[in-house]
Design a protein around this ligand. Structure first.
Ligand SMILES: [Zn+2]
Length: 384
C-alpha cells in the first residue's frame, strides 16, 4: 500500500534517526553525549508517532519536520560540546523539509520523477548509476533505458518481513519498470539501511536490468528462478560487500561500517537460502547450487590462468553475468535453462576439464555476445 502523508513523515523521521542518530555509530562513548543522542532519538520517535495526528496532507510534512528540527536544535543548545550527531540530524531534517515540498527536487537519474517521495530515491539513484556503468561501461546504450520508477510502501503484514524490516519487488512487464520497497518503518536502524542497500542492489542487478537491452513487457522472474534469485543474487551480494569493504558506499546513507555492517549483509543474504517463504525444498536447493556455480566460475577463471588475478577473475565473472542477464533476448526461463547447464558443468568435480570448458564458453560470450551460441556450447559441454 502506498504511503499516506503521516506515514511518509514518519518514514522520513525514522530514516533520519537511522542515518544520523544510531547509538551504534555514535562518535563518542562519553555518557553526556550518549544521553543527548538518546534524547534526540526519543524526540524523533515521538515525532514519528504523533505524525499520525498532526500530518494530514502532503503540505503538512515540511512544517512538521521543521518543528522536529527546531526541537533537536534546542537540545543541548547551551552545552559547549553539543554532539555532532544532533547538528547532523537537524541539518538533514531541514534539507528534507526543503525537498518534500518540491517534488521536482527528487528525481531518478533517468530524469523521471520517482513516486517514492521518501528520500530513498537518492540512495536508489546512486546504486542505479553504479549498476548502469557496470553493465554498460561506455554508458552509451542504457544510460536512459530502461526507465525505472521507485515506489515506497508500508507493509501491512510486517510479520512477513521478520526478522527484517524490509523487502523489495520489481515489475518488468511494464514501462517504466517499477521497483517497490516495502517497509516496517518503526525502529529502523543503521543496520536496516544495509538491508535497504542490499535490496536495491538485488532488485536492480537481478530483476530490473533483466533483458534491459531488449524491449518492454518482459515476464517477471518467479521466486523459484534459480538464475535470478541464486546466481544473480550472488553477483548483487558481492557488489554490496565490495562497496562496504572498499569504503565506496555513501556514509551519509550507510554510517555503520566494519564487521557489524558485513554481518548485516551476510545475514540478509543467507536468509534467502535458508527458508524462503513459498519455495519447495528442491527449489531452495537449486537456488543454493546456482550461488555455488556463480562462485565456481570466478574460482575456475582464476585457478586455470584465464584471469591474471583473483580480482580480475571476479570482474570477468561479473561482466559475464551482467551481460547475459541484460541481453536483449534474456528471459528468466531461458536463463534458468542456461543456468541449469552451467551448474552441471561448472560444479563437475569428477571431470575438471568440463568445468574449465564451461568457464571458457562464458569468457567467450563476453566478446561474441551471442546468447544462442552460449546456450548451445554450454549444453553440449554439460552433456560431456
Ligand atoms: Zn528477487
Amino acid at each position: 500500500m502506498s504511503l499516506r502523508p503521516a506515514e511518509r513523515a514518519a518514514l522520513l523521521l525514522w530514516l533520519c534517526a537511522a542515518r544520523k542518530l544510531d547509538p551504534d555509530c555514535c562518535s563518542s562513548d562519553d555518557q553526556a553525549t550518549r544521553n543527548l543522542v538518546d534524547a534526540a532519538l526519543s524526540c524523533i520517535d515521538n515525532g514519528a508517532k504523533t505524525a499520525a495526528v498532526d500530518v494530514v496532507a502532503d503540505d503538512d510534512i515540511s512544517p512538521y519536520l521543521l518543528r522536529i528540527a527546531d526541537a533537536l536544535c534546542s537540545l543541548g543548545q547551551n552545552k559547549p560540546d553539543r554532539p555532532i550527531e544532533l547538528a547532523a540530524a537537524e541539518a538533514l531534517l531541514r534539507q528534507i523539509a526543503d525537498f518534500v515540498g518540491d517534488f521536482d527536487g527528487e528525481s531518478s537519474i533517468t530524469g523521471e520523477r520517482g513516486r517514492t517521495a521518501s528520500g530513498i530515491l537518492e540512495l536508489a539513484g546512486i546504486i542505479e548509476a553504479r549498476i548502469r556503468i557496470l553493465i554498460d561501461p561506455t554508458n552509451r546504450l542504457i544510460r536512459e533505458i530502461p526507465s525505472i520508477f521507485y515506489v515506497t510502501a508500508f507493509s501491512e503484514s510486517p510479520q512477513e518481513l521478520a526478522p527484517f524490516r524490509m523487502n523489495g519487488g520489481t515489475n518488468i512487464s511494464c514501462s517504466p519498470r517499477v521497483v517497490t520497497l516495502v517497509f516496517k518503518f518503526e525502529g529502523i536502524t543503521s543496520l536496516d539501511l544495509w538491508h535497504l542497500a542490499y535490496t536495491l542492489h538485488h532488485e536492480l542487478v537481478c530483476h530490473t536490468f533483466q533483458g534491459a537491452f531488449g524491449g518492454n513487457g518482459l515476464r517477471n522472474a518467479h521466486a523459484s528462478s534459480h538464475w535470478t534469485e541464486g546466481w544473480m543474487d550472488t553477483v548483487a551480494r558481492d557488489l554490496v560487500l565490495e562497496w562496504l569493504k572498499h569504503g565506496e558506499a555513501p556514509i551519509n546513507w550507510l554510517p555503520l561500517r566494519g564487521d557489524a555492517a558485513e554481518a548485516a549483509v551476510w545475514s540478509f543474504h543467507n536468509s534467502r537460502y535458508e527458508a524462503p517463504i513459498g519455495l519447495k525444498k528442491d527449489q531452495i536447493l537449486s537456488r543454493s547450487r546456482a550461488r555455488e556455480a556463480c562462485r565456481a566460475l570466478s574460482d575456475i577463471l582464476s585457478a586455470c590462468g584465464m584471469a591474471s588475478s583473483v580480482d580480475e577473475a571476479k570482474e570477468l565473472s561479473r561482466k559475464f553475468s551482467l551481460s547475459v542477464n541484460s541481453h536483449a533476448h534474456a528471459d528468466f526461463k531461458r536463463l534458468d535453462s542456461l543456468g541449469a547447464n552451467l551448474r552441471v558443468a561448472l560444479l563437475n568435480r569428477v571431470r575438471e576439464e568440463i568445468a574449465v570448458e564451461a568457464a571458457r564458453a562464458c569468457l567467450a560470450f563476453i566478446s561474441h555476445k551471442d546468447l544462442t551460441k552460449l546456450e548451445a556450447d554450454v549444453s553440449s559441454i554439460a552433456q560431456g
